[in-house]
Design a protein around this ligand. Structure first.
Ligand SMILES: Cc1cc2nc3c(=O)[nH]c(=O)nc-3n(C[C@H](O)[C@H](O)[C@H](O)COP(=O)(O)O)c2cc1C
Length: 263
């Protein structure tokens, strides 16, 4: 599967068939997890956790036997770096037929943090179950997907702009259109889709349109993880260089500059 197919076919999987990961798949994931780079150069350290051994579960997940999580140092931009690296693992798992669900809320965080031995200088933002999708979704999963409209996304006109935030982008280049389509289909917490992109020549400025209530008491922002995921899809499709330099384009209230990709 190419990247577009992976992005378009991936969905959160919350109902698994109960089989543990095969030795072969587990080996592939462990090898892949060793080093998953991100353009921030911030190390994201992955680990697999046996659900039974550590007593791990999530109220929205059924039939899982294993979780993956990752830890990053408490440094600026660690959320974006985390989103970028973790999403690569999500897509790789999907290429092997293994389902995942990004989980940042519906879990007993302290249990997972203990199992992952999170230190004072580290953040463990999210976890995901890993397993083989069941043939049929649980009723709870179907209801959840309908409630958060998980199979829908905002239109390109609502997300992508040319020069400033008042002009929708009509990208002529097919590769750019495809990369933006991959941003559009990215997963995000509660499917809020907070990414906004403004093109200026060969620079694509990424912004976060904040939804209230996503900054944790600990001071990190779940929606910055969404931004890292969007950057992962965009740069996975087009490459480019990540630059952190606010171009000073006027934004609406609650919209924050995150990063620029220069092609
Ligand atoms: C950072 C992040 C955190 C998330 N946290 C949760 C969560 O706590 N529980 C959950 O069931 N889904 C969670 N999700 C999954 C989203 O609800 C899901 O990606 C979105 O509804 C789109 O559906 P899809 O992944 O099937 O395309 C999270 C997604 C992201 C990116």
């Amino acid at each position: 599967m190419d990247l577009m197919e992976l992005v378009k076919t991936r969905r959160s999987v919350r109902t698994f068939d109960g089989r543990p990961l095969s030795k072969e798949d587990e080996g592939k994931l462990r090898a892949y997890m060793q080093e998953i780079p991100n353009p921030y150069g911030i190390p994201v350290r992955f680990l697999l956790l046996d659900a039974k051994k550590h007593g791990l579960s999530s109220p929205v997940i059924v039939g899982e036997s294993c979780y993956v999580t990752a830890k990053a140092d408490k440094v600026p931009h660690s959320e974006e770096a985390y989103g970028y690296s973790f999403e690569q693992l999500v897509l790789y798992a999907w290429s092997l037929g293994i389902g995942t669900t990004w989980i940042g809320g519906t879990m007993k965080r302290s249990l997972f943090e203990r199992a992952a031995d999170v230190q004072a200088g580290e953040w463990m933002f999210c976890v995901s179950p890993l397993g083989y999708p069941a043939e049929k979704m649980s009723v709870r999963e179907s209801v959840m997907r309908k409630t958060i409209k998980a199979d829908e996304r905002k239109s390109a006109e609502q997300l992508f702009f040319d020069g400033d935030f008042s002009t929708p982008l009509a990208a002529k280049d097919e590769k750019v259109r495809d990369a933006l389509e991959m941003v559009r289909w990215a997963p995000s917490a509660t499917n809020s889709q907070p990414w906004r992109v403004v093109r200026a020549g060969d620079a694509f400025h990424f912004y976060l349109a904040h939804t209230k209530g996503y900054t944790s008491k600990a001071g990190w922002d779940m929606q910055k993880i969404d931004m890292g995921i969007a950057l992962c899809h965009f740069m996975g499709a087009l490459g480019g260089e990540l630059v952190l330099s606010d171009p000073g384009i006027q934004t609406g209230e609650g919209t924050e500059y995150i990063a620029t990709v220069k092609l």
